[in-house]
Write a new protein. Structure first.
Ligand code: GAR
Length: 187
């Protein structure tokens, strides 16, 4: 059995989609959902599916041995960032070499880096009148949105799109592709 930890900072619709996708899988298991926000809705989503969830403060996230303790306790093999907004400490990246991935709601390297997350990204894409946006799934290193790209796909941005309608288009792409990319990587 391959155990996944999902890290999420907020609502957690991607986390839920991944959880649903792997329900009943014979060889891939969502072992734990970990968040850095005490009131993140992703915690309710995890509990609803009977998945263990853990809250860690930002200080705990920055403490590699604390963080690794949680991963080891849940026998985590892969770490999936799904709307997670903190950097992962170097020691953890080394311990899980090429087994930590992130999804970004734009076509990296455009619209990446610190502060570029969620609606900030969609607002910037609309403000620049880009014709396309999309999603990027990549390995995680010590720099925001910088690791090797695994998968990208795009969608059209139309003149009537708002940050909200674009966010919805991007979420649909994420729901469709993220679980499959995770599955393909692990298998
Ligand atoms: C997703 O669109 C994800 O790509 C983005 O946050 C959203 C979380 O939505 N992640 C980033 O911006 C990371 N830089 P969700 O909580 O509903 O899954």
């Amino acid at each position: 059995m391959t155990n996944i930890a999902i890290l999420a900072s907020g609502n957690g619709t991607n986390a839920q989609r991944i959880i649903e996708y792997f329900v009943g899988s014979a060889d891939i298991n969502i072992a734990v959902v970990i968040t850095n926000k005490e009131d993140a809705f992703v915690r309710d989503r995890a509990r609803r599916f009977g998945i263990k969830e853990v809250y860690l403060s930002k200080a705990d996230f920055n403490n590699p041995s604390k963080l690794c303790q949680v991963f080891y306790r849940h026998r985590v093999d892969w770490i999936v960032l799904a709307g997670f907004l903190l950097l992962i400490p170097k020691e953890v990246i080394n311990a899980y070499n090429n087994r930590i991935i992130n999804i970004h709601p734009a076509l990296l390297p455009k619209y990446g880096g610190k502060g570029m997350y969620g609606m900030n990204v969609h607002k910037a894409v609309i403000a620049n009148k880009d014709k396309h946006s999309g999603i990027t799934i990549h390995y995680v290193n010590e720099v925001y949105d910088d690791g090797k790209i695994i998968f990208k796909t795009k969608c059209k941005v139309t003149p009537d799109d708002t940050p909200e309608t674009l966010a919805e288009k991007i979420h649909q792409l994420e729901y469709e592709y993220f679980p499959k990319v995770i599955e393909d990587l692990i298998r």
